[in-house]
Design a protein. Structure first.
Ligand code: AMP
Length: 421
């Protein structure tokens, strides 16, 4: 490799990360705006937590036997010798923040949302990155399956606004601490019988946490997992009734769904409801969002016994199937000739911007023809012209680039025209 090529490589973006450039970022902003507006209709408020946390938080919350914790965390020791981790998901941070600030004592609805980067050391491919972004929502203190149905409906409302079509909603119940041990034992037996067919990782999981075999991406393991018993046959009365209620509520909301008894999701903490919304427009990484209920996490962290439910939506994946109309921009380009006119351009731009007009001035010595060439290239809607005469008279020319119409007036006259257009 030449010196030049290796220098370029050194400063290239890290594998599995990407820049979101102007041209694409507008879609991100539109998604973020629609997400905020939607969540606020349902009583959610934003809660921003740090990007890194004590490693223990995720080991305890996300779960010591999950793939995320065993293989995918960005963990490092800081200069003070603490083990810290870039968050691989958001839920444990919210739970920690609630306990730390005793938000449960505020009396406000405990509904929180957040948007931001997450970090997982996974194998990058289409739809899977090492720094990816999630929109995350969580509801605390409501045990009823109605709230699970409500957040699934909210996810659909948001996806609808984003123009995401052709989705399928999968739901399941993963039981609770009362009924899951019997299921895990049955899985252990089933996995034990076919152990030789499993990958090394799943052979280990068969001993430690057989439920996690369902997360394996190796096709041979997936095939074996299809023969495993269904958790639906092991649910206790309470979990069964909760799941039936979820289904009834989804029916009321006219949300079509499929029960997928293999949907255990990759994290250890789920209890009762789990769900995913998948897209048929994506390849292997087809889950747009996923979530479920985690009734024990707060208590397990040493906090109050408050249940939780929520989901995380992958922004990259949703944007890859979203149909968002690009925002309509109307740019005013200011063309000037000479130094004195440049200063007037600076001040006029301030004036128009302060009145809400998007305005561009390029401080380069150009002739009028070159200015119009640039204005065309930038797809400016209007060009305002400042030359010597305009400076003297305080009256400026304004050209409507689409129709070719030319107007003339003071800055206030032109502002009125621009605001009307
Ligand atoms: P999870 O936190 O694993 O339940 O994932 C929730 C959502 O985040 C998924 O449905 C994806 O849309 C997205 N997601 C998870 N991991 C990644 C990744 N490595 N790259 C891109 N998106 C991801």
């Amino acid at each position: 490799m030449s010196e030049d090529a290796s220098a370029k490589k050194e400063i290239a973006a890290v594998k599995g990360t990407r820049d979101i450039l102007p041209g694409e970022v507008e879609k991100w902003q539109a998604l973020e705006g629609l997400a905020r507006a939607t969540f606020e209709l349902y009583g959610f408020r934003e809660l921003r937590a740090p990007v890194f946390e004590n490693t223990e938080l995720f080991e305890k919350g996300t779960g010591a036997t999950s793939d995320v914790v065993t293989k995918e965390m960005y963990t490092f020791t800081d200069k003070g010798g603490r083990s810290l981790t870039l968050r691989p998901e958001y839920t444990p941070s919210v739970v920690r923040a609630i306990i730390e600030h005793r938000l449960d004592l505020e009396g406000a609805p405990m509904r929180y949302y957040y948007m931001g980067p997450m970090f997982r050391y996974d194998k990058p491919q289409k739809g899977r990155y090492r720094q990816f972004h999630q929109v995350d929502i969580e509801v605390f203190g409501e045990k009823d399956a109605a709230v699970d149905a409500e957040i699934i409906e909210m996810a659909h409302a948001l996806l609808g606004k984003l123009g995401v079509k052709a989705t399928e909603t999968l739901v399941n119940s993963v039981g609770c601490r009362a009924c899951r041990p019997a299921y895990s034992a049955a899985l252990r037996v089933a996995a034990g019988k076919r152990k030789a067919e499993l990958c090394v990782d799943c052979q280990r999981k068969a001993e430690t946490n057989p439920l996690r075999i369902f997360d394996c991406k190796v096709e041979a393991c997936r095939e074996v997992a299809r023969s495993f018993p269904s958790i639906q046959d092991f649910l206790c009365d309470e979990c069964r009734a909760h799941f039936q209620e979820l289904r009834a509520c989804l029916d009321v909301l006219k949300i079509r769904y499929r029960v997928d008894p293999r949907l255990v999701r990759g994290l250890d903490y789920y209890t009762k409801t789990t769900f995913e919304i998948v897209s048929s427009g994506l390849g292997a990484q087809n889950a747009l969002l996923g979530g479920g209920r985690y009734d024990d996490m707060m208590k397990d962290f040493g906090g109050p016994d408050i249940c939780g439910t929520g989901f995380a939506m992958g922004i990259e994946r949703v944007l890859s199937v979203a149909e968002l109309a690009p925002p309509q921009k109307k740019i005013l380009y200011i063309a000037y000739l000479g130094d004195e006119a440049k200063r007037e351009a600076l001040e006029l731009a301030r004036f128009f911007r302060s009145n809400g007009i998007e305005c561009l001035v390029e401080y380069k010595d150009r002739g009028m023809k070159a200015h119009f060439g640039r204005a065309n290239k930038l797809q400016a809607a209007w060009v305002l012209i400042i030359g010597e005469n305009e400076l003297k008279s305080g009256r400026f020319g304004l050209k409507d680039m689409a129709s070719g119409r030319q107007l003339e007036g003071t800055r206030d006259d032109l502002l009125a025209t621009l605001l009307e257009s």
